[in-house]
Design a protein around this ligand. Structure first.
Ligand SMILES: Nc1ncnc2c1ncn2[C@@H]1O[C@H](COP(=O)(O)OP(=O)(O)OP(=O)(O)O)[C@@H](O)[C@H]1O
Length: 261
C-alpha cells in the first residue's frame, strides 16, 4: 500500500475549558491519543456523537489546531507545526464546512470567492486565474451564470458546490468535509455526496467525511473510524466495521434508527 497522504500518530489535544460552563473543568481532552491515516483516493468516514472531538481532529488535520503531543506526517514526512509546517498542511488539506451560508462571504460574488485563493497566494496571471475558476466550476457542475451572483442568490446545494470548488482551488491532496450535507435539503444531499465521491475518484483525493450519522458515512466510506470521548474506539475497512462491528458503541450507533442520508 502506498504511503498515506496524512497520518496522525498518537495525537492529543487538550483544550483549556471554556469559562462559564456548568461543570467547570480546567481542561478538556478533546483528542485523546488518536492514530489515523488518510489514503489517496479513499474516503475515511469519521463518525461519532456531538462533542466526541471530530471537529477538533479536523482542525488538527488542516493545521488550524495546535496539538498537545503526537506526530503528524504528510506523505511520510513529519511536519513540525511551526509556521512552515502549518502552511504546508494548509495547502495539502482543505475543509468544506457544514453550512455554506456562513462559510462563504455573503458580500462577495462567486467569481471573487473563487479567485480569492489564487490572489491571496499570488498564483498565476489574471487570465490564468480566471481559466482555473472556469475549470473549478466545471469540476463541481456549476454553470458560468453563477459567477456574478451573491451566495444568497443561489440554492443551498449550489452554495455548497461553490464551497467545494473553493476547497479544490489550490489542488489539495485531501478534502475534509465536516457534516457537509446536514444544512442542506434532503433532496440535494445525495447529489453533494455523489459529487464528493466523484471528485475523490477523478482527482485521486483523500476524503475525510465527518458525520454524527453512521448511515450517511456508510454510504460513501472506504475506511471508517468511530470516535467516542476523544478516542477512536473502532476503525478499519468500512464493510468490516458495518458488517462485523467489534465495539459496543459502534453496535449501538448501528442499531440507531436509519436516516435518509
Ligand atoms: N476551543 C475550545 N476550547 C475549549 N473546549 C473546546 C474547544 N473546542 C472544542 N472544545 C471541547 O472539546 C470537546 C470536543 O469538541 P469538538 O467540537 O471537537 O466535537 P465534535 O465531535 O466535533 O462535536 P460537534 O459535532 O458538536 O461539533 C467538546 O467537549 C468541546 O466542548
Amino acid at each position: 500500500m502506498s504511503t498515506p497522504v496524512i497520518e496522525l500518530d498518537q495525537v492529543h489535544v487538550v483544550h483549556k475549558a471554556r469559562t462559564g460552563t456548568l461543570f467547570r473543568r480546567d481542561r478538556v481532552h478533546a483528542v485523546n491519543g488518536v492514530t489515523v491515516a488518510v489514503n489517496k483516493g479513499e474516503t475515511l468516514g469519521l463518525v461519532g456523537e456531538s462533542g466526541c472531538g471530530k471537529t477538533t481532529l479536523a482542525r488538527v488535520m488542516v493545521g488550524l489546531q495546535p496539538i498537545t503531543s503526537g506526530t503528524i506526517r504528510h506523505l511520510g514526512q513529519e511536519l513540525k507545526l511551526n509556521g512552515a509546517g502549518r502552511k504546508k498542511l494548509g495547502r495539502a488539506v482543505s475543509v468544506v464546512f457544514q453550512d455554506p451560508a456562513t462559510a462563504l462571504n455573503p458580500r462577495m460574488v462567486v467569481r471573487d470567492t473563487l479567485l480569492d485563493p489564487f490572489r491571496v497566494h499570488g498564483i498565476g496571471t489574471p487570465p490564468e486565474q480566471f481559466r482555473r475558476v472556469r475549470e473549478l466550476l466545471d469540476l463541481v457542475g456549476l454553470p458560468a451564470s453563477v459567477l456574478d451572483v451573491l451566495p444568497r442568490q443561489i440554492s443551498g446545494g449550489q452554495r455548497q458546490r461553490v464551497a467545494i470548488a473553493r476547497a479544490l482551488a489550490l489542488e489539495p491532496d485531501v478534502i475534509i468535509a465536516d457534516e457537509p450535507t446536514s444544512a442542506l435539503d434532503v433532496s440535494v444531499r445525495a447529489q453533494v455526496l455523489n459529487l464528493l465521491t466523484d471528485l475523490k475518484k477523478d482527482l485521486g483525493l483523500g476524503l475525510v467525511f465527518i458525520s454524527h450519522d453512521i448511515n450517511t458515512v456508510r454510504f460513501i466510506s472506504d475506511q471508517m473510524a468511530v470516535m467516542l470521548g476523544g478516542q477512536i474506539v473502532e476503525s478499519g475497512p468500512a464493510d468490516e466495521v458495518f458488517n462485523n462491528p467489534k465495539n459496543d458503541y459502534t453496535r449501538s450507533l448501528l442499531g440507531a434508527v436509519p436516516s435518509l442520508l
